[in-house]
Design a binder for this molecule. Structure first.
Ligand SMILES: Nc1ncnc2c1ncn2[C@@H]1O[C@H](COP(=O)(O)OP(=O)(O)OP(=O)(O)O)[C@@H](O)[C@H]1O
Ligand SMILES: [Mg+2]
Length: 149
């Protein structure tokens, strides 16, 4: 299953993610891929609002992972600088365990992916337009996005 959404603005991407965040009420894993500046963190910020997280979500590039408390815990991982040095970071236990885990640049962590997840690839079309390609793996992820897009 693949669903495509064309976002026309920053706010459009945030609103879409917010509406997805509102519906989350169990642990979930989101894999966000796309070029630098495509909107992965922007999407995460919207999702966080839907989880009633009030702190500002900033890019965790230099810290690899940040955790936020809301209705549920959000684990925000940016694996951009990680390459293959993740063995000792405890991600194995983290991914898919508690809370909602969002991973930017997930390709380095492929062997840690759970069986089910929602993958979102973001492609820049123009300055303010983005193509979001949703690939839900597993029924709960299909359900999560089915009415929204
Ligand atoms: N439709 C859109 N959706 C999302 N962001 C958009 C859109 N149009 C323009 N933008 C701009 O694109 C930028 C996206 O930045 P963001 O930090 O979310 O990207 P990123 O994919 O997380 O980058 P990085 O790989 O560096 O972490 C922001 O400056 C935002 O304002
Ligand atoms: Mg980012």
């Amino acid at each position: 299953m693949e669903i495509i959404y064309i976002s026309k603005s920053y706010e459009d991407t945030q609103n879409l993610a917010y509406n997805i965040g509102l519906k989350i009420n169990e642990p979930m894993v989101f894999l966000l891929s796309g070029d630098l500046g495509s909107g992965k963190t922007t999407f995460t910020q919207g999702l966080a609002k839907g989880l009633e997280i009030t702190k500002t979500i900033s890019s965790p590039t230099f810290t690899i992972m940040k955790n936020y408390k809301g209705r549920m815990i959000l684990n925000h991982i940016d694996a951009y600088r990680l390459e293959s040095h993740h063995q000792d970071l405890g991600f194995d236990e983290l991914i898919g365990s508690t809370g909602v885990t969002v991973i930017e640049w997930p390709d380095y962590l492929e062997e840690l992916f759970p069986e089910e997840y929602l993958r979102i690839d973001i492609k820049s079309i123009s300055k303010n337009r983005r193509k979001l390609i949703f690939n839900p793996i597993g029924l709960k992820y299909e359900k999560l996005i089915e009415d929204l897009i």
